[in-house]
Design a protein around this ligand. Sequence first.
Ligand code: 3PG
Length: 206
Amino acid sequence: MHNSIKSILTMSPVMPVLVINKVDKVEHLFEALIKGNLKVVEITLRTSCALKVIEIASKKFPSLMVGAGTVLNEKDLQDIKSVGASFAVSPGCTISLATKALDMKFPFLPGIANSSDIMNLISLGYKSFKFFPAEAAGGINYIKSLNGPFPDIVFCPTGGVNQENATAWLKQNNVICVGGSWIIPSNTEDYSEIERRALLASKLRS
Ligand code: 3PG
């Protein structure tokens, strides 16, 4: 099933950003996120087992929309598609990467940090972006300012977003969801805590 990136971003108020260091017991992590009512995950390509983890998540947890993050080039795009990822996220973007995703008809959320980035990608047809690193690149005031020249564009702010400030981000009319790593503390095996955090995150907009 092919979903547009915008429809994927509307599935949950929060997209957990996962940096997973080992494959062992990874199923427990996804089970906790699903029990916590989150529907979408971004598994970053920052670890050697990331592709394997994407493959496991895509095959074993069909109710979860599994995306890959830290997609930096065209090879990454091919690799994640071949293991079953449903969408790609990047921290920034190149025209060649954005063009390749369009050629592959692969749902893609490119990262932007300013108006020029947005204009370059709008010229290719993109309308949904990751705003990264959201807090460091200007925070809520910055994203408010982008709504003037780009009223039809939506953003998923990521980088410095957490349970405490997420509500303020989600109140912005150009914020479709937020991303963040806070739901899964690094190296934790406390799956009930992950479920608790996921549940809190899933209710952020209700
Ligand atoms: C990302 O890759 O999107 C960020 O590293 C996540 O940022 P955070 O750790 O501040 O949530």
